[in-house]
Design a protein around this ligand. Structure first.
Ligand code: GUN
Length: 161
């Protein structure tokens, strides 16, 4: 069970993001909090500018650093973020399975002041892109012929049930 939203932690996610900007980074931070006690277990910031890794969003960095420290998922945790997660981070959070996400800014509020994205979409159009049928997306994908494309999946199920 999650505790009520802690305004101090929401504020911390904003302050930490501001510090990241002041240090040359992008304006995002993520706090992973024990949902039962409210204890902050980990803090992370967006590391894209620093590392050149386009996946180094604050939420992903937090999940990875906690995995390295031995926590394989975020069950029992609340995740406090500066802004509602992008689709990549949201997907990662679904895998990590925290109890709840608490965000400071909405995506709309973020978009009024900040532009991000890449060759295929902006942050504002990212969710729209995913909502389209794969054949209608800006990033093309097509199936290539392989003799037995499901062999790895069959083998995994044979081993793990
Ligand atoms: N929530 C979130 N959105 C982003 N958009 C670009 N980078 C980030 C990030 O690190 N976190």
């Amino acid at each position: 069970m999650s505790r009520p939203v802690d305004p101090a932690l929401v504020r911390r996610s904003v302050d930490l993001a501001l510090e990241n900007v002041e240090a040359g980074g992008k304006p995002f931070a993520c706090l992973v909090v024990d949902a039962a006690t409210g204890e902050v277990l980990h803090e992370a910031t967006n590391q894209v500018s620093r590392t050149g890794d386009v996946t180094a969003h604050a939420e992903i960095v937090a999940i990875r650093e906690l995995a390295v420290a031995g926590r394989r998922d975020l069950t029992g945790c609340d995740v406090y973020v500066t802004a509602y997660p992008c689709p990549m981070c949201l997907g990662a959070l679904y895998y990590a399975a925290p109890e709840r996400v608490v965000h400071a800014a909405t995506r709309e509020q973020e978009g009024e002041h900040y532009e991000d994205g890449g060759r295929y979409m902006t942050l504002a159009t990212f969710y729209d892109e995913y909502a389209r049928a794969p054949s209608a997306r800006a990033l093309p994908a097509e199936q290539g012929a392989a003799e037995d494309p499901v062999a790895p999946f069959r083998e995994w199920t044979r081993r793990h049930g």
